[in-house]
Design a protein around this ligand. Structure first.
Ligand code: G3I
Length: 391
């Protein structure tokens, strides 16, 4: 099963587990109207010592000039949605293709934007040749470790000084695999190297790039539902082990693919979790914010777009108010700026609207008009304490 189906199916199975209309009523929140303040999301974030940005694809920047202009105007930091992953950079052995990532970096530099790297080590989207080598019993462990660390060294060294962050390891937790430690082990890295693949990846990234803040990036750690709680518990235990082993992890990326119609957001639970994470001395970033506006219940009164927009905005504001109250929070990135290009509307997402309309989980509509979510994100930045003023 390819990554995206797995991701969708895993989410679907996990979020349906025990889900019933009675158990998770919609996270209905008071509907406020957010003032339409001057400035861009980037400038309003910067006024508080924060970065705002978005994931991008180089092809979209090249083929949609209106969207490219919006990205240039509103974002202070970019991340490659898929073009700096192993299956693009090293689709074939001994051949590297940095051109797509470089195109995004060139766009960022032309527009005075920063860039975060995503991602050096993931259980998913590894080329077939890597999977074959990592599963080959005739290849020894040291050689397999070198395959991982050699790739990380090549990529991180090449971009050294150009990335403010690296997502060194992406999504190492999966309690649905049933292990007591909640780790995701059914993958080539863990099967060949054990949990120390994480240590190896971070040490290799640190050695190759002394500048970037090194992040571990994870999804499903934001909401008040059982499988998110299990992930938070497992993640805190992992952080404890990594810190105990002297692994140079510096930040936690909170992917923030929120699902307000399926998973209640509870400020206290999320705040308590972030208190524990920052207790390990880690920085924080919201790395892939979007909000699925579709419930899986076949409820006939699925709200019309305006009501969906209101609820999405209200949950986003509540979520960001907690995240931005931490001085350790560096950046907020959306996983795209417009519904037109959201993965939520792709054929892989389990939350797409069947009639083919777009999920409305990003700050701009599919025809690039600001939504209430845009104003909610702006209001969260305006309300955020200035980093330099938080003791
Ligand atoms: O652009 C090519 C196209 O030219 C080609 O014909 C086609 C053939 O399959 O592939 C297209 O590239 C696809 C790309 O998305 C652009 O649509 C890749 O195959 C596909 O693998 C890629 O999927 C990305 C996925 O990560 C895997 O890299 C999604 O866009 C991206 O939204 C998703 O992002 C992940 C984060 O990295 C981690 N967190 C979850 C998030 C959503 O799943």
């Amino acid at each position: 099963m390819r990554r995206r189906e797995f991701m969708g199916a895993g989410l679907l199975a996990a979020s349906l587990a025990g889900l019933s209309k009675a158990s998770y009523p919609l996270t209905l929140r008071p509907l406020t109207d957010y003032p339409d303040e001057p400035g861009t999301l980037a400038s309003r974030a910067a006024a508080r010592g924060l970065l705002f940005g978005t994931a991008v694809k180089s092809a979209t920047l090249q083929t949609d000039p209106r969207y490219a202009a919006l990205v240039a105007q509103q974002a202070g930091v970019l991340v490659a949605e898929y073009e700096m992953k192993w299956d693009v950079i090293a689709a074939q052995p001994d051949r590297y293709d940095f051109a797509p990532g470089d195109a995004i970096l060139a766009f960022a530099r032309k527009n005075g934007q920063r860039m975060r790297g995503h991602t050096l080590c993931w259980y998913a989207v590894n080329p077939a040749w890597v999977e074959q080598k990592m599963r080959d019993p005739s290849i020894d462990r040291a050689t397999k470790a070198k395959l991982l660390t050699g790739y990380i060294d090549t990529v991180a060294r090449r971009y050294s000084g150009k990335m403010i962050h690296w997502d060194v390891v992406n999504e190492p937790i999966d309690p649905s695999e049933g292990r007591p430690d909640g780790m995701r082990v059914k993958n080539i890295w863990s099967e060949a190297l054990g949990e120390t693949y994480i240590d190896m990846a971070f040490h290799a990234a640190r050695e190759a790039d002394p500048h970037a803040v090194l992040y571990l990036n994870e999804f499903g750690i934001e909401s008040d539902i059982p499988w998110n709680e299990a992930k938070r518990t497992a993640l805190l235990k992992l952080l404890d082990r990594l810190k105990g082993r002297g692994v140079p992890i510096q930040g936690l990326g909170i992917q923030s693919h929120l699902q307000p119609y399926k998973a209640r957001f509870d400020e206290r639970i999320f705040r308590d979790f972030l208190e524990k994470v920052t207790g390990y001395g880690l920085k924080l970033s919201v790395t892939e914010l979007d909000l699925s506006d579709r419930a899986l219940t076949k409820d006939s009164n699925e709200p019309e777009p305006a009501r969906r927009d209101n609820q999405v905005a209200a949950v986003a504001k509540a979520f960001l108010d907690v995240a931005l109250s931490f001085k350790q929070t560096e950046a907020v990135l959306c996983w795209g700026l417009s519904d037109k290009y959201s993965w939520l509307s792709s054929r892989w997402a389990k939350d797409r609207w069947p009639e083919g309309s777009f999920a409305r989980g990003l700050p701009y509509t599919s025809d690039l008009r600001e939504k209430k979510l845009y104003r909610a994100i702006g209001a969260a930045f305006d309300a955020a304490p200035d980093r330099s003023m938080i003791v």
